[in-house]
Ligand binder design. Structure first.
Ligand code: NAP
Length: 262
């Protein structure tokens, strides 16, 4: 056996934050994957990688500081991943950018529209281009994109968010149509609810506390999606047998209504 053969399979979480990103990385690490964590903030990435390595073994996680709005940094990071960890077998594109309190089109700057669309869509296109050649050479690979309600609903206030998310969904379909026959399983996960992370989860919890919605706070996983629970869906998609591949799933907690919110 060569060193190459002894390497763990590699997955990359592009947009690795403390919510869905870390939960998915941890789920794959627990299944024996080496995980590459990509985001902009080095301190957060270092802490995340250290935590995963403490739980799943040294060098299970490595981080790569990347700004997904800049194609050159995406190319550079995937070049390093390939060299240091090996070819990527599973790509999870999880980065997303939106305002919690949306703005109308007239109040949205072109700069915000461009910046957010680069994060929501362009980064996925660039990342996919970086991993596809190795996946095609191996005749297998999984590409999963994280979507949102805004991927299928153009609601008010989301002009700098939804267009990119709609595009991301379409890109997942195009990957499927172009490369599924060659062994690439592409899937889109429509996350149709607030996630219990720092930003949206924290905002929801504060709002409910202020409004005296104690029953929601006491029954939190019926209202807010738990990242670790959601991570099962990513693993489920990756491990589906090829005679029954799913291209898209939607997920929400028990007491969330379907496709309705802003
Ligand atoms: N949170 C929710 O309630 C919710 C609901 C529905 C759908 N979603 C979807 O879920 C995904 C995010 O999951 P999450 O909210 O749990 O977040 P998360 O995984 O905790 O973090 C995502 C990370 O993406 C990184 N990122 C953002 N812009 C980037 C850029 N330009 N370059 C590199 N990295 C970048 C950020 O790190 P840096 O700032 O360090 O770069 C951020 O920490 C998004 O696709 C979002 O649309 C979220």
């Amino acid at each position: 056996m060569t060193n190459q053969d002894q390497r763990k399979p590699v997955m990359a979480v592009v947009g690795a934050g403390p919510g869905i990103g870390e939960a998915v990385a941890r789920r794959f690490a627990s299944e024996g994957f080496a995980v590459a964590l990509l985001a902009r903030t080095e301190d957060k990435l270092r802490d995340m990688a250290n935590g995963i390595n403490a739980d799943y073994g040294e060098r299970t996680a490595q981080y790569f500081v990347t700004d997904l709005r800049v194609e050159d940094t995406v190319i550079a990071s995937f070049g390093k991943i390939r060299k240091e960890l090996g070819p990527v077998q599973v790509l999870v594109y999880n980065a997303g950018a939106r305002r919690v309190n949306g703005r109308s089109i007239l109040d949205t700057t072109s700069e915000e529209f461009e910046n957010f669309t680069k994060i929501n869509l362009f980064g996925a296109f660039w990342s996919t281009k970086q991993v596809l050649p190795d996946m095609l050479a191996a005749s297998k690979g999984t590409i999963i994109f994280t979507g949102a309600t805004g991927s299928i609903r153009g609601n008010p206030g989301l002009s700098s968010f939804s267009p990119g998310k709609f595009g991301l969904r379409s890109l997942a379909q195009i990957i499927t149509r172009e490369y599924q026959a060659q062994g690439i399983h592409a899937a889109h996960i429509l996350v149709d609810a607030p996630v219990d992370g720092k930003l949206i989860g924290g905002w929801s919890r504060r709002k409910w506390a202020k409004e005296g919605e104690d029953q929601k706070l006491a029954d939190i996983d019926a209202f807010l999606m738990q990242p670790a629970d959601l991570a099962h869906s990513y693993w489920f998609l990756h491990t589906q047998p090829r005679s029954a591949w799913t291209h898209e799933i939607d997920v929400r907690p028990q007491k969330e209504s379907m496709f309705s919110k802003l």
